[in-house]
Design a protein around this ligand. Structure first.
Ligand code: HEC
Ligand code: HEC
Length: 348
């Protein structure tokens, strides 16, 4: 009977929609939620244990920054859901507040495009950006390559992994290889999908059904990583140092993209508060209420964002389902490392 219920909860939305489709163009067509497939590894950057280890070392090393005290992990901190817990990032030599919220890198291997506006296509392309950004790590590639080439530990590791001295290209490839191991799954949702009927509470199960139907979340947060890898304007109010953030428009110059941001994954969402591209909402409850009330105001708001008429119980159920999406690191064992100031070698 329970098996049947599970079948009903997961499949019925699509069955109903199949029937519904015959009558209306409004049917929600979407890739269904489900278990994550294996990560696709690009042919020009195969994974090897030594490369992943090197990428991990680089990711946690503040010496990649101009003043030797900001690492990738300063903002993508594993103890803060691989983000920073702040509304907007603080970076650069003066710890200046930036315009955008630090997204988690959990499951970033599944992103079709990187950044809130999708301006980088691959993790390799993305990795060298923050190093050179004056508001983030504020270092030049020339200087970093020189710096790392003076450290025998890196010279040896690059020889082993790439057969070369330290190069910017190698730094990008190793960091990307490490990031592709930050895969989180085995959440209560995943365990439920694998057949453990007790993994989700009754409330979370009702929330899952709402997610796929009345609440329409599945229109954008679809597929195994809960994102359509697309861009939408949902009307999040401006907040922080930027008066206006045009989002995807800055990349495409297409009017339809004004104020549109990438649909983020909802996996491990409990760990990456605050929410949205500018960290506007501190809690999931507020996010769900925002959608329930029809999103924010914007001339360019997506037609898929409108009032949902969810009851208080339904808002609660939906929030319970979101909480059940938090899983654990599955592909590699992560050992916590000190994120404090390292003992720098002489000369740094
Ligand atoms: C000062 C804080 C800071 C540092 C340091 C930093 N990042 Fe980020 N990271 C951000 C912010 C903010 C964004 C979003 C920027 C945007 O979308 O415009 C981001 C975006 C990303 C993304 C895209 C994720 C997604 O879902 O689109 C990846 C991947 C990433 N960073 C990896 C790295 C790596 C690798 C390093 C080190 C080389 C690094 N970051 C250093 C703040 C930081
Ligand atoms: C029209 C597409 C669309 C629909 C429908 C939609 N979302 Fe979103 N969602 C987005 C986009 C785009 C963002 C990021 C917006 C921004 O930052 O400006 C987002 C952000 C979020 C965030 C914050 C994630 C983070 O890491 O900051 C949560 C949580 C969320 N949505 C949950 C939901 C829920 C629950 C529903 C259903 C009630 C829903 N969404 C419906 C597109 C959508």
């Amino acid at each position: 009977m329970k098996k049947f219920m599970k079948f009903i909860l997961c499949i019925v939305p699509s069955l109903v929609l199949t029937v519904h489709e015959a009558h209306s163009n409004d049917a929600i067509k979407h890739p269904p939620l489900g278990l994550l497939p294996p990560v696709v590894i690009p042919a020009n950057n195969p994974q090897t244990p030594a490369k992943i280890e090197l990428g991990k070392k680089l990711f946690f090393d503040p010496r990649l920054s101009g003043n030797n005290w900001i690492s990738c992990a300063t903002c993508h901190n594993p103890t803060l859901g691989f983000a920073d817990g702040l509304p907007r990032m603080l970076g650069g030599p003066a710890s200046k507040e930036g315009g955008r919220n630090t997204p988690t890198i959990i499951n970033c291997a599944y992103n079709e495009l990187q950044f809130w506006d999708g301006r980088a296509a691959t993790l390799e392309e993305q990795a060298l950006g923050p190093i050179q950004n004056p508001n983030e790590m504020n270092e030049t590639l020339d200087s970093i390559v020189k710096k790392l080439n003076s450290m025998p530990e890196y010279v040896g590791a690059f020889k082993e992994v790439f057969g070369t001295d330290v190069t910017a290209n190698g730094i990008a490839k190793a960091i990307a290889a490490f990031e592709r191991t930050i895969v989180f799954a085995n959440s209560p949702f995943d365990r439920y999908m694998m057949g453990d009927e007790s993994a989700l509470s009754e409330s979370a199960m009702r929330g899952m059904y709402l997610f796929n139907t009345k609440a329409e979340c599945i229109k954008c947060h679809s597929g195994p990583n809960f994102t359509d890898n697309n861009f939408h304007n949902i009307g999040v109010p401006a907040d922080g140092p930027l008066k206006e953030d045009l989002g995807r428009y800055d990349v495409t110059k297409n009017d339809a993209d004004k104020g549109a941001f990438k649909t983020p994954t909802l996996r491990n969402i409990t760990e990456t508060t605050p929410y949205m591209h500018n960290g506007f909402f501190p809690t999931l409850f507020e996010v769900v209420q925002f959608y329930n009330g029809g999103g924010g105001r914007s001339e360019n708001k997506s037609p898929d964002i409108h009032g949902l008429n969810l009851t208080a119980q339904e808002v609660n159920d939906l929030t319970e389902f979101l909480k059940a999406l938090t899983g654990e690191l599955v592909h590699v064992k992560y050992e916590p490392m000190s994120l404090g100031y390292p003992n720098l070698p002489d000369g740094f």
